[in-house]
Design a protein around this ligand. Sequence first.
Ligand code: NAD
Length: 300
Amino acid sequence: MKTGNAKGIVGFIGLGTMGCEMARNLLRAGYEVRAYDVRSEAVDSLVGLGAKPAASVEEAGRGADIVISMLPDTPQVEEIICGPDGLLAHPPAGRLIVDMSTISPGAVRRFHAALQEVGVSFLDAPVSGGPIGAKNATLSIMVGGDAEAFARAKPYFEAMGTTVTHVGEPGAGQAVKLCNQLVCGINIQAICEAIALGRACGVDLNQLRDVLLGGSAASWMLDKLGPAMIAGDAGAGFRIDLMLKDLRLVQEQAQMLSIPLPGTALVTSQYIEARAHGEGTNGNQALFRVYDRMTNQPRS
Ligand code: NAD
């Protein structure tokens, strides 16, 4: 727990593309960070920035005011909470756990109930803004869970993001994030279609983007990902594999609630096609390659 000049002790679990930047911002804000990841090189690089290494989930949480996780999917979060070395058996001293990954809202409600039984608060706090938002501490953070736990976690969120919103009960943060992902996926598809048509019409694609950004078709995706889509840069970015995981979570929720989402179903098929072509680790802007194939306009 908090000692000396330290602002607070954070156990941080999951130091990948997003987590390493978020943990770094907590360090910058003056928090002590105990870093854990199954990849020891990820821990080492954060230790180089001033974090303390943890050799296990239990060690990351020991004596911490709060534990924050940023992991790929529901099974990894389940493991660090319910596994033998998990936080259910070894709660942090501050009895507050925040998962910032994108996972199933139903699983969130299960984790919340199990942790509540042992007197530990749990928040779901997924994020939007990508690696750039993580690096610049400008993430949008959508939080589900108890108001009292949210108030305690808020200063930590403010070290990682600029828009921090308590959106409701446990699982509500994930519900909002799934709506966010649906909009992102379909928006990228719309941009791919505009590029495919604009290219066939022979218009200058950079000019096309500039014009659209000045009018009612403007979007974050067109602004941030448009240049890579026009240049044929499929590489870095939010991985297609992660997008497919999120679209699966969207569709699971929709099926459970009997909500038809035909736009999501269509764009999911296109991302599956991209993955079938070995593009799962490309950024999600690489959906343009599906349109390149459909229009027989392959780019190297
Ligand atoms: P990532 O794969 O780069 O990082 C995940 C990290 O978790 C890796 O370092 C991995 O080694 C570690 N890990 C896996 N299992 C573990 C375990 N059991 N214990 C400890 N560490 C473990 O993923 P990311 O891009 O940082 O995304 C993390 C989460 O954030 C995902 O749920 C993703 O959907 C969401 N997200 C990602 C982005 C993005 O642009 N990358 C944007 C918003 C939200």
